[in-house]
Design a protein around this ligand. Structure first.
Ligand code: KIV
Length: 272
């Protein structure tokens, strides 16, 4: 690691710390994991946020979308990941169909926290989720919102593609980001949106904005672990960090360093 690259702060990561990192301009490193062994590698490498993503439906279970993933699946994988983590904040996806009403969302989130040891739950969607976010947040459940390309909406969106390109869609996304923050969201994931739009949302919000395929102007970056390890064909915005390196540990350490130094995503991984 170069002299200039900031190092991971010691001690358990909390949502308060992530907010402080944003305020201090220190980039947040996030990465998905689905089991204890990989979670331990990420945790030891200094990843700040381990996301138990419902992307497991595609990269672990072999489905062609995240829609078939069940709450039991998420509880199972979240519990395994928790056994591998000491420092990283554990964010767990609420699967498709489990947060259609505040009461349903609360029941699902309680399972993820009690049985899956989740510390933050993540859900997809904009203004329509405002009441759910408020309901959870007011009951002590930290929420990470997710805007842009929301994979659970793939059949409605008609594919996995850049979101917020047109002016009206961009303005709507800014408004929705503000609404979700006002409702109590602690974090926001922005997936597959133009760099300028992600930067604008990052500047307008006090909560950390974690990008994936959203360019370099975010408070942090997240990737699907299997894309980082070159196991998938991977979207254009991902980088195979294992290529040319000798171990998974080295690949994850290189990702941490690249994100903290602002070297990932680079031009090749920036789509708009
Ligand atoms: O499920 C997942 O892995 C995610 C990331 C793509 C952000 O939501």
């Amino acid at each position: 690691m170069s002299e200039a690259t900031p190092k991971a702060e010691q001690g358990p990561v909390t949502v308060r710390r992530l907010r402080r990192m944003k305020a201090e301009g220190r980039r947040i490193v996030a990465l998905t994991a689905y089991d204890a062994s990989f979670a331990a590698v990420l945790d030891e490498a200094g990843v700040d946020v381990v996301l138990v993503g419902d992307s497991l439906g595609m990269v672990v279970q072999g489905h062609d979308s995240t829609v078939p993933v069940s709450l039991d699946d998420m509880v199972y994988h979240a519990r395994a990941v928790a056994r591998g983590c000491r420092r990283a904040l554990r964010v767990v996806d609420m699967p498709f169909g489990t947060y259609g009403s505040p009461a349903a969302a609360h029941a699902a989130a309680v399972r993820l926290m009690q049985e899956g040891a989740a510390q933050v739950v993540k859900l997809e969607g904009g203004a329509v989720q405002r009441e759910v976010v408020r309901h959870l947040s007011e009951r002590g459940i930290p929420v990470c919102a997710h805007l842009g390309l929301t994979p659970q909406w793939v059949h409605k969106l008609g594919g996995y593609r850049l979101q917020g390109r047109e002016r009206e869609a961009a303005e709507r996304m800014v408004t929705e980001a503000r609404l979700l923050e006002a409702a109590g969201a602690e974090l926001l994931v922005l997936e597959c949106v133009p760099t300028a739009l992600a930067g604008r949302i990052r500047r307008e919000l006090a909560i950390p904005v974690i990008g994936i395929g959203a360019g370099p102007d975010c408070d942090g970056q997240v990737l699907v672990l299997y894309d980082l390890l070159g196991l998938t064909r991977g979207p254009r915005f991902a980088r195979d960090f294992l290529a040319g390196r000798g171990s998974v540990r080295e690949a994850v350490a290189a990702y941490c360093e690249a994100v903290r130094a602002g070297a990932f995503p680079g031009e090749a991984e920036t789509i708009a």
